[in-house]
Design a protein around this ligand. Structure first.
Ligand code: ADP
Ligand code: MG
Length: 339
């Protein structure tokens, strides 16, 4: 793993400003993204009280070297980018070097980590950035981070949190998106001591859809694939008979990152136009692989928005390919996919 280093001030200035940690779900998002970036094949997330009192994320990724553990919690410290130029070529989910420091500033954090090459791991504990423990421990390869009592030292921010149930549902949605973004990773999500869902990591997106949303969704999925220069789209379109009354079932992933995109939603819906009534929305799950220099992920601290350099082109391409796929489907007599 690359060394963790502090970004220089000109790079820091170019990074979209804003608060990384707004609520428990943002903590979970950052920690799971770190696990993905560390190459984990299995990730377990456990929360209590909507993540407000307890979040634990365990991964079997590369771990953090002993001498780097403290540095990982410095502001603007990252192993993922070095220079301003790297910002335009981001391949990892993280790059801001802010998550661990921001989380540690507003909670009690405990980290246990071990790399493959070291014999023992490190147990590191912080209380609102104050170091309480740094000791060697036996540990499996990978990283566990526990975040307790989020916003314990910032009562105003704590007051803005919603009920445990609502905060928990945000995390639940997030975990679903994470699982769908990486079918090759085995996820387990636990809430208040109960397993909410788990995925096998066998790479089959339909299996994950089935586990999360049940049978109806996967009944009539239409495989979708399209290529253009610097762009590859793979995924599934829902049959026009499986209509939804909101956009929550339009899943877009760009280079492994779940995003919200009005542009992609509109392009998709335009492709479905002949089949859907007004105020009805399709089910779709599309993974876009795009040359990193054709997009900008440095738009918002949550990294949930992306700027595409060729917006009209992408919109038109998606509309056309979706329409084609649906029309082709119409001409084939009903082939129901087996489970
Ligand atoms: P960023 O992800 O933007 O680099 P973070 O504050 O989230 O910033 O993490 C700082 C650094 O700590 C990362 O660059 C990475 O080197 C290391 N790190 C964080 N979480 C993990 C993890 N789960 N496994 C291995 N390394 C990690
Ligand atoms: Mg990160």
């Amino acid at each position: 793993m690359a060394e963790i280093m502090l970004l220089d001030s000109s790079t820091i200035d170019k990074i979209a400003a804003g608060e990384v940690v707004e609520r428990p779900s943002s903590v979970v998002k950052e920690l799971v993204e770190n696990a993905m970036d560390a190459g984990a094949r299995a990730v377990t997330v456990e929360i209590k009280e909507g993540g407000c009192s307890f979040i634990r994320v365990t991964d079997n990724g590369g771990g953090i070297e002993k001498e780097q553990v403290r540095k990982a919690f410095f502001r603007h410290a990252t192993s993922k980018i070095r220079t301003v130029e790297d910002l335009y070529q981001v391949k990892s989910l993280g790059f801001r070097g802010e998550a661990l420091s921001s989380i540690a500033a507003v909670s009690m954090v405990e980290l246990i980590t071990k790399t493959r090459d070291e014999l023992t791991g490190i147990h590191y504990r912080l209380e609102g950035e104050k170091e309480r423990e740094f000791s060697e421990v036996g540990a499996p390869e990978g990283t566990t981070i526990i975040v307790r009592e989020l916003f314990f030292n910032t009562p105003v921010r704590k007051k803005f949190l919603k009920s445990y149930a609502t905060e928990g549902s945000y995390i639940s949605d997030l975990m679903e998106h994470m699982a769908l973004s990486r079918p090759e990773v085995a996820f387990q999500f636990m809430m208040n001591g109960q397993v909410r869902f788990h995925t096998s990591g066998n790479g089959d997106i339909r299996e994950i859809l089935y586990r999360i949303y049940g049978r109806e969704i996967i009944k009539e999925l239409i495989p979708f694939s399209a290529q253009a220069e610097g762009l590859q789209i793979e995924g599934f379109l829902g049959s026009p008979s499986v209509v939804r009354s909101n956009r929550n079932f339009e899943f877009f992933f760009v280079n492994g990152r779940y995003i919200k995109s009005p542009l992609l939603s509109k392009g998709l819906e335009a492709g479905y136009k002949a089949y859907l009534m007004q105020h009805k929305f399709p089910f779709a799950l599309l993974h876009f692989t795009i040359d990193p220099d054709r997009i900008d992920v440095n738009v918002h601290p949550s990294k949930m928005e992306i700027r595409f350099h060729d917006q009209p082109g992408l919109y038109a391409f998606l509309e056309e390919k979706v329409r084609e796929a649906l029309r082709r489907r119409e001409m084939i007599p009903d082939v129901t996919l087996e489970d």
